[in-house]
Design a binder for this molecule. Sequence first.
Ligand SMILES: Cc1cc2nc3c(=O)[nH]c(=O)nc-3n(C[C@H](O)[C@H](O)[C@H](O)COP(=O)(O)OP(=O)(O)OC[C@H]3O[C@@H](n4cnc5c(N)ncnc54)[C@H](O)[C@@H]3O)c2cc1C
Length: 397
Amino acid sequence: MDYDAVIIGGGACGLMCAVQAGLLGKRTLVLERNDKPGAKILISGGGRCNFTNLYTAPENFLTENPHFLHTAFSQWTVEDTISFFENFGGIQGQEKTLGQLFPKSNKAKDVVAVFTKLMYDTGQDIWLQTEVKSVKKQGEGYAVSFIREGDEQQLFCKKIVFASGGLPVAKLGASDFALKSARQFGLSIMDTAPALVPLTITGKDATWYASLAGNSVFARVYNDRISFEENILFTHWGLSGPAVLQISSYWRAGETFTIDLLPKFRLDELIKNERTAGGKRTIGQLLNDYFTKKMVEALEKYLPIDLKIASLSKADARFVCDTIHKFVVKPAGDKGYDKAEVMRGGVSTDELNPRTLEAKKQLGLYFGGEAVDITGWLGGYNFQWAWASGYLIAQDL
Ligand SMILES: Cc1cc2nc3c(=O)[nH]c(=O)nc-3n(C[C@H](O)[C@H](O)[C@H](O)COP(=O)(O)OP(=O)(O)OC[C@H]3O[C@@H](n4cnc5c(N)ncnc54)[C@H](O)[C@@H]3O)c2cc1C
């Protein structure tokens, strides 16, 4: 067997890398521990796969070194992703919201099908149910040990691509293999943690959040690093929904963040207008114009909702406004890797050549996708990075 590269992991990055190498006339072998390729692609975006974001820019990523992304994203752009799926799979993108592109068919399996067909057409091999156990330096290249059909086997290759992803969702095949191997080769790793993950509330406020389970509110969620305007969702154990998933990537244990529950309006202005009109309505009646009945009932815990607006003191009015616009949340923790969409941290970008993603101190080893310290926002950014990194690596194999 004479392969230009062995690719560990048949997920978003590994599949893109294999087919791009194939389009350049190279031969690769993908080793994938699952019984099918692209397990995460298949369940992504609720089975619809949010495969890129029209507004992708380095600012939409958490990483120690945002400059690193300029090179990758100038070589493989959002337009490249769109035309790749259009040209090779007839997939038309459809924007749902905030630049998030999904296949018009709404079927993630159409995205995976593009790769399986191209793998076949370009003669790339994929061995499923094959778990890589170790990669060791051997002469001019590397010995890859893996378990296939119950047997421990080995093969040798000059170039190895670590596209085995990050830690979230073990049942979809996630492993620490890329991180473990990077460490073994002396590469530094930025601290890892679940990201795009629901947050939990415990203690005295827990029942209040649980009483609102299932309620969704459009909000601005912010801390001193970042701000997001999307829905939040109350759950039996705390908070979820797009805005909370987004802020979770920027939240650290022990910190608070703030929610503006009415970001499109200024409550002080609304109260002023009510006063001008006589102030006969109560705070609850005013809030009913903007929130569900359930939410207003729950807000009674914090606000004098039965008080007439005319009788609100200035201090009361300020308190009401602050509660709605500056609602402080102190999560107890997060729901962990089983519920996280991505992993924060990973192989340090300092260790990799930005043009090829080859390890600077271990030539022949490449790292792409989620294994690298590049974590996208919610909304198709993570796949854009996975495709771009797969493409970049393929050029150098
Ligand atoms: C529920 C969910 C929904 C998501 N939805 C979206 C979305 O809509 N849009 C978006 O942009 N991002 C989404 N993401 C994030 C996105 O799926 C990942 O960022 C992306 O898949 C990372 O690509 P990757 O190739 O690095 O890793 P993966 O796609 O995870 O692929 C890694 C592969 O390596 C295999 N592997 C691991 N260890 C070994 C080993 N030792 N030997 C052999 N194989 C191994 C795994 O089985 C896996 O198939 C979602 C994630 C989750 C969990």
